[in-house]
Design a binder for this molecule. Structure first.
Ligand SMILES: O=C(O)CCC(=O)C(=O)O
Ligand SMILES: [Fe+2]
Length: 423
């Protein structure tokens, strides 16, 4: 059975799928990477990789003290990492390890609940809101079912605070009926499981911390690109963030699930927005990021650090100076149920994103590297019409899309509900 569907601009599919990156690496510490015996799905060995480590502390000071030299260093490091790998470890974020452990433990407890209890918050029961629990295999990437289950959350903007009418005018010109279908999604409410106790408090507190880190990354990027301080704020201050709490059993033998078109734990994709701030549990060897030559590198968990990767909107904003790196997940460790928590720091739903006048670095080959990054995104199987349009005109520095339009096109291709009788 195939779940692939053509991309239809500005139509509402429901449930939200995986988000989405290229690596030629600058050296840093390497996380331990002793892979357990690979099981099904481990058809190729990907080497683990050293990623840059970015310290964001200079942008996180709660007292607002600004150490300009430290900020300059962080911003420069960020700029290099974003151009070189699009994936990095983030430290200096101030999130206590105990909080992260509590979050993963709450996630484990939720996913081990009986099916009926998890279904009490199923997205399929209120699909128009796109928030809640998605069962194993309900998420689809490039037409194949991803072998994970998840809880999806979004920002909850106040009624009327998002200018949906903007989407009918420029530049993708969504139809009014499509916009009406977006409305319940944009203004939907998150569905919180009643068990385990304290789940909501733990998750909400984590998301709030991630939002602060997302804003700090935006600020550091603004400095890195030598843009006026706060100039990107109007486009992100009402971030339509998304968060996914994800559970990954090991990939099954495809023969045991022959009735479905099985993909990976999470198929190759790029993330949609600005920054993905990912907390992985200690399961080794699951997340893989694509290098510039198309090969895959393991991004191992590093205690005390989040993994950050770039989303599509940064590719448009920077005209390919930074680019979203394709990545995927292959959880092959038998006897483990991996959890990860991905927080996606996004633009406002109604933000118009277009190429910024960003200075080209002086090094040789820059224009070529930038073109390669854009080319690679254009050829990706998960590109949306809106992103293609925006990237196409990036080269002439006037690419534009409205974030919500891109999000909806992604959502539409990334999800298929399993008919209840089938599930
Ligand atoms: O679980 C992971 O390691 C990554 C998940 C991911 O890429 C996503 O949800 O967009
Ligand atoms: Fe992703």
């Amino acid at each position: 059975m195939s779940f692939s569907r053509p991309l239809r601009p500005c139509t509402l599919g429901v449930g939200i799928g995986c988000m989405q990156q290229v690596l030629g690496w600058r050296c840093a510490r390497k996380a331990a990477a002793n892979l357990s015996r690979p099981a099904f799905g481990a058809t190729r060995q990907a080497a683990s990789v050293s990623l840059p480590i970015i310290d964001i502390a200079a942008y996180m000071d709660p007292l607002g003290r600004i150490n300009r030299a430290d900020r300059r260093r962080s911003a420069q490091d960020l700029d290099e990492a974003c151009q070189a790998t699009g994936f990095f470890y983030l430290v200096g974020h101030g999130v206590p390890e105990a909080e992260v452990r509590a979050l993963h433990s709450a996630a484990q407890s939720f996913f081990t609940l009986p099916r009926g209890m998890k279904d009490a918050v199923a997205i399929s029961e209120a699909p128009e809101g796109g928030r809640g629990y998605q069962r194993l295999g309900e998420n689809v990437t490039q037409g194949k079912r991803d072998w994970h289950e998840a809880l999806d959350f979004y920002a909850e903007p106040a009624e009327g605070s998002v200018d949906l009418s903007l989407l009918t005018r420029s530049p993708g010109q969504c139809q009014t009926d499509a916009i009406e279908r977006m409305r319940p999604f944009v203004y939907g409410q998150n569905q919180w499981p009643s068990e385990p106790a304290g789940f909501r408090e733990i998750a909400e507190s984590h998301f709030a911390r991630m939002a602060t880190i997302g804003s700090a990354l935006m600020e550091a990027m603004t400095d890195a690109l030598q843009l006026p301080t706060g100039s990107l704020q109007p486009l992100t201050a009402r971030s339509f963030w998304n968060a996914r709490i994800i559970g990954y059993p090991p990939l099954p033998d495809p023969h045991l699930v022959a009735e479905i078109e099985l993909g990976l734990s999470c198929g190759e994709h790029t993330d949609y927005g600005c920054w993905t701030i990912l907390s992985q549990d200690e399961t080794p060897g699951a997340l893989e990021a694509q290098r510039a030559d198309g090969s895959w590198a393991k991004v191992e968990p590093m205690p005390g650090a989040f993994v950050v990767n770039l989303g599509d909107m940064l590719s448009v904003w920077t005209g390919g100076r930074y680019a979203a790196t394709p990545h995927q997940v292959r959880q092959t460790v038998q006897g483990r149920f991996r959890t990860s928590v991905a927080y996606f720091h996004e633009p406002n739903f109604d933000a118009t994103i277009s190429c910024l006048p960003v200075a080209a670095p002086p090094q040789q080959g820059y224009a070529h590297a930038r073109q390669l990054r854009l080319q690679r995104l254009r050829e990706a199987g998960t590109i949306t019409p809106a992103l293609r349009r925006a990237l196409g005109s990036c080269e002439s520095d006037n690419g534009a899309l409205i974030y919500g339009e891109h999000l909806f096109e992604k959502v539409d291709s990334n999800f298929a509900f399993v008919a209840k009788s089938e599930a």
